[in-house]
Design a protein around this ligand. Structure first.
Ligand SMILES: [Zn+2]
Ligand SMILES: [Zn+2]
Length: 155
């Protein structure tokens, strides 16, 4: 996956170099670049009403120390969101944050195709979904331990 992500991101850079897209370089990167785990490279803060996205001068976000799948711009946001997050933190249906384009692909193409009666189509879609929902991120040491088993904030 590491190589695939690099190849994909190289294509994004090439696209940016062409100069046909008027958006800022960072905006295109935020919309398109992926991590080696397959999810979004620039995470959006999970806290309610924050919506801050990594990149530019935000520095890199820290992830929940327990599940390593929820990202926050600050300790304040992590604390504010813990009440909601602790319900799903570490559960099997928690997935890595993906790009809006990946979410669209999953919702409008992969999920409907899973209804197919063709076994090959189904298998292919399932494999794609596993890729999108990769939990490999959890094994990447991506931040500080900001929540312990009890939910207490540790520094
Ligand atoms: Zn935030
Ligand atoms: Zn968590």
């Amino acid at each position: 996956m590491e190589m695939q992500a690099k190849t994909f991101n190289d294509h994004v850079d090439e696209y940016i170099r062409k100069g046909t897209d008027m958006r800022r370089k960072l905006d295109i990167e935020r919309a398109a670049k992926i991590r080696s785990s397959g999810g979004a490279m620039f995470k959006v803060c999970k806290a309610e009403q924050c919506n801050l996205q990594e990149g530019g001068n935000t520095g890199s976000f820290k992830c929940c120390g327990k599940c390593k799948l929820a990202f926050y711009c600050s300790l304040g946001c992590q604390r504010a969101h813990w009440r909601d997050h602790k319900i799903i933190c570490g559960s099997a249906d928690q997935t890595e944050q993906t790009l809006p384009s990946q979410q669209t692909l999953e919702m409008h193409i992969l999920n409907p195709l899973l209804e197919s009666t063709d076994e090959n189509v189904k298998q292919y879609c399932n494999a794609m979904k596993v890729g999108l929902n990769s939990r490999v991120a959890a094994s990447l040491g991506c931040g500080l331990n900001i929540s312990g088993e009890s939910g207490a904030i540790s520094s």
